[in-house]
Design a protein around this ligand. Sequence first.
Ligand code: DHB
Length: 300
Amino acid sequence: MFNQDFPIFNASGVWCTTKKDLEELGKSEAEAIVFKTMTLLPRQGNPEPRFFLTDDFSLNSMGLPNLGVDYYCQIVSDLKKYKKPLIASIAGFSEKEFLILFDKVNKASFDAVEINLSCPNLEGKGLFAYDLKTSFSILKKIMKKTKKKVGVKLPPYFERETIKKVVEEFLKLKIDFVTLVNSYPLGCFIDVKKEEMVIKPNLGIGGLGGKILQPVALAQVVLFYQYSKGRLPIVSVGGIENAFDIYRYTLAGASAFAIGTELWRQGPKIFSDLKKDLKNFLKKKKVKSLKEKIGQVKFL
Ligand code: DHB
């Protein structure tokens, strides 16, 4: 699935909601196009302000604004001309909805589907990924009918034992890849001058991403790689800004790299800059290909 020399692309949610956004990714040097997480019906999302950015982190409570699964299934064939893997991202509000959504994207001309079990911003709804029984049940049914590659986007887990269980089940179900990680679900920030929250929805608390998330995401990548013995391809997400970050995630066990916060900050030109930076970095280090370094971190 991620056999390119520089498998770097957008994280779902960033620069991928409208057809214009998706076309811009097509024209950029991103190696795949990941769509905004789609729901059964179009959604406006949460009230604004719902996104906040600093040098160290991002905070988002978008609330799944998207144009609805039928729209994306209709336009996906127009993006084939960019000759890049087209990856749908789906989120239902129930097991049944996940399966209806999956049937729709399974019939459309996507190359892969990322099952988003980790949207943090839906008031009154927990994260599916923290309910392993329901998550496994959804994925089992999806894997029985899929014609596409299937990935799963997860939030950070808090215990090694949970990760062991997830890895074991995903290997059994033959899940094609995991995306690690979605934003840390409960972040907030307060403007001291105004004495108020920086975002409006859900008591000012939303998903935390960006640089600050990197140590959290790295630990998840290391444990998924080690527990699966490298048999579960990992797309890493969390504060990737330069070649150093990409190399670090590679050593931890990742074989692809998704850019969220930094794409928000810089726009799609980030992909050519990252590729250039990475090529120079590898040349200086005399490393022929990132592939030979996947999971090669030394333990003390
Ligand atoms: C949203 C945020 C996420 O982190 C995610 O995975 C999906 C959706 C959102 O609020 O729109």
